[in-house]
Design a protein around this ligand. Structure first.
Ligand code: ADP
Length: 280
């Protein structure tokens, strides 16, 4: 029987470390600020903004909301982001995702100042990740590494299998694992014999958006599993990994209460990192 990692405890540890760094910034007259860009009436985005705001406030980070009308144009959105880029008091910029359909053509991946791109969506930060240079990786990917480190897992030389190749989770987490010297296999919807491959994994990161995709018969005994799936079903929020997998794993993250809370905390780490260089 494996251990479930308490993501809230990991997040609390991250926030504790942040509080000290933010205090140092306050002492120098700098208040880190994350600007959250909201478009129209999106309920989920507002809930998320509220959650981030409450968490940020506990350590003295400001979260400002820029509410744009539902019919804002691509150039209007890009102009507003440009103004946040130019605002010296803003350290991080987060734009509500997914964008409404009429805005998908906005070039946020090249418009947001990479330095303020705390969720790692810009071309510049993707390139830095690929080159192994310091930058802002996507926060879910960063959270997955934070959890693996918290659990004391030495990943160098281990076979890590990542299920999913999205730009926000699967692909970037594979780069982070590679940068830490894991042997990495990326799998996706077109992968043949997924379970056969999975049984070779020492570390299994699942970001497929497919509820209950991974069952115990896909696992090698003692595997470390990080479940980044968040699926809203009629049975509530569930992950991509069948909860019974903990019986075969050595360590596993639950959903909810696993990767999610850590993602919010590491996003704020990105804001503080930016503020520290602003202040330098
Ligand atoms: P996320 O934002 O969590 O990364 P996306 O929906 O953007 O999720 O991407 C899902 C990824 O998971 C895709 O790369 C897709 O190929 C992969 N995927 C989805 N379903 C399966 C499956 N049944 N088996 C393997 N990979 C899958």
């Amino acid at each position: 029987m494996g251990t479930l990692v308490d993501g809230r405890a990991v997040a609390a540890g991250v926030m504790e470390g942040l509080a000290v760094r933010v205090q140092r910034l306050h002492d120098r007259g700098c208040v880190p600020q994350l600007a959250f860009v909201l478009i129209g009436e999106s309920g989920p985005a507002r809930v998320y903004a509220g959650r981030l705001e409450r968490l940020a406030t506990t350590v003295g980070i400001d979260v400002s909301r820029l509410q744009l009308p539902a019919d804002v144009t691509v150039s209007g959105l890009e102009r507003q982001v440009g103004a946040l880029n130019a605002d010296w008091a803003v350290d991080g910029i987060l734009v509500q995702m997914p964008l409404p359909p009429h805005l998908v053509g906005a070039h946020l991946s090249s418009v947001i100042d990479p330095h303020k791109d705390v969720d790692g969506i810009t071309v510049s930060n993707a390139g830095k990740l690929y080159l192994g240079l310091p930058g802002h990786p996507p926060s879910t990917a960063r959270a997955i590494l934070e959890i693996i480190d918290f659990a004391g897992i030495e990943i160098a030389g281990q076979h890590a299998i990542v299920i999913g190749r999205s730009n926000v989770v699967g692909h970037p987490v594979a780069e982070l694992l590679l940068n830490r010297h894991a042997t990495v296999t990326i799998t996706h919807r077109r992968t043949r014999d997924l379970f056969c491959l999975c049984r070779q994994a020492d570390v299994l990161v699942v970001a497929a958006g497919a509820p209950g995709l991974i069952t115990p018969d896909a696992l090698k005994s003692g595997v470390v599993i990080v479940d980044a799936g968040i699926n809203v079903t009629e049975h509530g929020v569930v992950g991509d990994v069948d909860p019974r997998c903990v019986e075969v794993a050595s360590v596993m993250t639950p959903v909810p209460g696993g990767v999610g809370p850590v993602t919010n905390a590491v996003l704020l780490v990105g804001v503080v990192e930016s503020a520290e260089t602003r202040d330098a």
